[in-house]
Ligand binder design. Structure first.
Ligand code: GLY
Length: 352
């Protein structure tokens, strides 16, 4: 799975250079209504993009649909796109997921480049080749593994993000730190989110993306070690789903951060993750992410949501746990009682 990743200081220079390396006939740029307004202007004046044709879809993950992708295929079809055409996806995870799938299937696949405009997109969705759309009420139900030809990450886009969007992406970075090394994890806990040094953030993003890239290169189709990237997500997805069911939606990364609290607790219980590192990570999450409140009456529903996770096998809930920072244990199981104990721990930590 080859994917060129560029941590870009100069978007104009890097887009120009990367497009010069790739032969194509027509160039299409996919945005959503938000990135068209906020991010497309940052591409103004780039000579090589002058003839590009723009396709804009509705923003928000609820529009990552078959209808939306059919609209993209229709536009490509009606505007002379060929097998030699190129698509640039300019947006967050919704745009890179849908655009990546549209490009990978149009005429059995055209070249595409991702330019993530959110931190979450940069450190997760845009990298690693997972593409797809939601279907039948299920997230990412239809899709293919198909890496972008290049991913260009430019931190100028992150300057347009509010604190919540930054923190949402930062949770995935924290997860990458936890699965990689003590130094990376420590650097992430020390970073001052209230007073962002964007150059240093760009460096941390580069390191975070390399961690993901290493894992994905080893296991592109998630047969084994790529499951490391699911740390925090089994419980996190259940929190995210509950928040939607109860009409109090939380951002993906927030749910992952709270999921990490429970899954690091399970790691302490089952694979001897050090108590001190659990406390330090929990303190960071509590300080920056606040609380997702629920009571023990909701434990059964949360458990049921975990049983629906598409990473489970044979109906058994599958966790990725840690024996230490960087010591990854995939395919771990926990009983209902153990999961409830982890939820009790969460409630205690957050004063619920
Ligand atoms: N989002 C996790 C992965 O790409 O595998």
């Amino acid at each position: 799975m080859s994917q060129k990743i560029i941590i870009s200081k100069d978007i104009q220079q890097d887009i120009t250079a990367i497009l010069a390396e790739m032969a194509y006939d027509h160039l299409f740029i996919l945005t959503d209504e938000n990135t068209q307004k906020l991010c497309q202007p940052l591409l103004a004046g780039i000579h090589v993009l002058e003839k590009a044709q723009y396709i804009t879809i509705k923003a928000d993950d609820t529009n990552k649909t078959l209808e939306a992708i059919a609209g993209v295929w229709t536009y490509l079809s009606q505007n002379h796109a060929s097998r030699k055409s190129m698509m640039i996806n300019l947006g967050g995870g919704m745009v890179t997921d849908l655009g990546g799938f549209a490009a990978s299937t149009f005429k059995r696949g055209i070249k595409y480049i991702n330019i993530p405009t959110t931190l979450l997109g940069a450190v997760d969705a845009a990298v690693g080749g997972k593409t797809g759309i939601n279907f039948n009420g299920l997230k990412n139900e239809i899709g293919v593994f198909s890496p972008a030809d290049a991913v260009i990450i430019n931190s100028n886009f992150f300057r347009t993000l509010d604190r919540q969007n930054l923190l949402s992406g930062y949770a995935e970075m924290l997860k990458h730190g936890l699965i990689s090394s003590e130094q990376e994890w420590k650097n992430l806990l020390k970073f001052d989110i209230d007073n962002i040094d964007y150059d240093y953030l760009t460096q941390l993003v580069g390191e975070s993306v390399s961690i993901k890239e290493r894992v994905v290169t080893e296991d592109p189709f998630e047969k084994g070690i790529r499951k490391a990237l699911n740390l925090g997500h089994t419980v996190g997805h259940a929190f995210e789903s509950l928040s939607f069911e109860e009409n109090r939606p939380v951002q993906h990364g927030y749910a992952v951060a709270w999921g990490l609290v429970c899954e690091l607790y399970l790691s302490k219980k089952q694979t001897n993750f050090p108590a001190e590192k659990l406390s330090q990570t929990v303190a960071f999450i509590r300080k920056n992410y606040g609380t997702f409140a629920f009571s023990c009456k909701q434990y059964d529903r949360l458990y049921e949501l975990m049983t629906h996770d598409k990473k489970n096998e044979d109906g058994i809930i599958n966790f990725t746990l840690l024996g230490e920072v960087g010591d990854i244990r995939i395919n771990q199981q926990a009983t209902k009682e153990e999961i409830f104990e982890a939820l009790d721990f969460y409630c205690e930590c957050f004063g619920l």
